[in-house]
Design a protein around this ligand. Sequence first.
Ligand code: PBG
Length: 325
Amino acid sequence: MSFPTTRLRRLRRNEVLRSFVQETRLSPKNFIYPLFVCPGSGVKREISSMPGNFHFSVDRVGEECKEVADLGIPAVLLFGIPEGKDERGSGADGDNCIVAQTVRAIRKAVGDKLLIACDVCLCEYTSHGHCGIVKDGEVDNDATLELLAKAAVSYARAGADIVAPSDMMDGRVRAIREALDNKSLTQVAILAYSAKYASVFYGPFREAADSAPQFGDRRSYQMDPANQREALREIALDIEEGADMVMVKPALPYLDVIAKARQEFNCPLAAYQVSGEYSMIVAASERGWIDRERAMMESLTAIRRAGADLILTYFAKDAARLLAC
Ligand code: PBG
């Protein structure tokens, strides 16, 4: 049956009809809000490369999390900026590391109203800015695993619900799962950054986390943007190693990867709308070239439509406010 009997415009006539037949719906319940925590007290300082996002000191992060929870957003993802950096990234672990302190502060402020996820990586903590231990000018995979596992255990002990390894070392999900289980932290879930690409779109984040590599780049551990099949292998391996949820990152330039992963795997799938995706929209809207709200909603809807259950996004609060109207 075709035109004139069939007219697809019939169901686009007005807002009620359009909303009635909408295939993809956004909800704040799908969002995870990233937060950056820094040393000091009384700090809430805007990150210049990511307008609308802030560095919070531990004492200020609780109030922010109350707001996040009140908007109906179920989870935050923590990134820590340590007091000092060294070769080994020692600031990433220990019961008093900045992330462990933050987890306790958030729990005190909001109780169980928010899920607390912690990014597990060394790049914010190492003096060379790489995501692992450097030996002879190379990032040493196996030596890094133990440190990642230590960090994950520190965050879990402090009360994190979820740990999210973002380093792209081989075998880190298994190492982290084993370390958690050995410490009877069996209930803590792993959200693996499984298909994380070596992307230029992390640019603004590196200012936020002060984590730009001091030499070379991350292409010996993060994925080549040209590869899709390899992403599926990465995801399959992480699931085998014990990942509870998997992630594709960045999001909008990798919708094909999200769609494929959705088809092939049955565990919850997350996508990270990264700093560059966020800041490009914000910058263009500041110049009057694009409508900020519509670009935000269109990109988030596209990521959901491709198949992501969960979206890590710096727009979480703004989008939640808009969705509440
Ligand atoms: C840490 C990490 C990065 C991001 C999340 N975790 C930076 C990187 O790998 O260079 C990027 C997040 C963003 O750009 O919003 N490894």
